[in-house]
Ligand binder design. Structure first.
Ligand SMILES: [Fe+2]
Length: 254
């Protein structure tokens, strides 16, 4: 049993764990790609930038199969929703600019996806199914002295997907961005509103590929807003978030 099973979350150092010849140049390619992520249309004024793509991890070969994008006004976008789109819950459906193909081929990104996948666990009857993977590239950026950039949602919460992993790409000249992991019952609260013993851990990820994973049913999680750090220049916090969920089987009643 690992910490993800017993406690519900775990921290990792993927620069060490994944070390291979060429990891630095693959990391540099990801870092450079974060320089001009598009603004997140769903977070107007929140200084958040984002791209997103979806894949399957196939259980036999453990290979990654990227799902197709939607073309809209000449740009490739990836849909973000759980299972079938439900018009009664339009809020469940979003689409984001997709991650470019050369980055989807990045060996480090693929190694991260598989390393996370291998830490997840499922019921025996589910392990024969492909696992759906959502890959979010998210940058919070603070240009001016009083800027604040906020993660979503801005309280302790559970994601709904069984597992989510976060991998730091860059943290530069920022204050805040502090992670908290709590018991499920403190969801919707801020860490400072919780009582003694309700938080498992408070920490910051600061090093390239410093990572953590959460087992969503067992814990709630949070990351605090960022502001500019001590230097008189812009600051940023860039992470790759990866969620893992089962293949959704359609209901048979129609
Ligand atoms: Fe989350």
């Amino acid at each position: 049993m690992n910490d993800l099973q017993t406690v519900g979350f775990a921290r990792y150092d993927y620069m060490k764990e994944l070390a291979y010849d060429g990891i630095e140049s693959d990391y540099d390619a990801l870092l450079k790609y974060f320089e001009d992520l598009p603004k997140d249309d769903y977070a107007v004024g929140l200084n958040r930038y984002r791209r997103y793509s979806r894949a399957l991890v196939l259980p036999t070969s453990k290979t990654i199969e990227w799902l197709p994008n939607i073309e809209k006004n000449g740009s490739a976008r990836a849909a973000y929703f759980q299972g079938k789109f439900n018009p009664e819950h339009p809020g469940d459906y979003r689409e984001f600019p997709a991650i470019d193909e050369d980055i989807l081929d990045n060996k480090l990104l693929q190694k991260i996806i598989i390393a996370d996948y291998e830490k997840t666990f499922w019921n025996a009857e589910d392990t024969i199914m492909p696992i759906h993977v959502g890959v979010h590239f998210v940058k919070l950026s603070v240009e001016e002295k009083d800027d604040v950039a906020v993660s979503s949602p801005n309280s302790l919460h559970q994601d709904g997907e069984p597992f989510t992993f976060a991998h730091l790409i860059e943290r530069y000249n920022v204050d805040g961005g502090t992670n908290a992991i709590g018991i499920p019952e403190v969801r919707h609260k801020l860490p400072e509103e919780t009582e003694e013993g309700q938080l498992h851990d408070i920490f910051e990820i600061t090093q390239p590929l410093e990572s953590y994973g959460v087992n969503d049913k067992k814990v709630s999680h949070y990351v605090s807003p960022i502001t500019r750090g001590p230097l008189d220049e812009s600051g940023r916090r860039s992470v790759i978030l990866i969620d893992y969920q089962l293949t959704v089987v359609a209901e048979m009643e129609e």
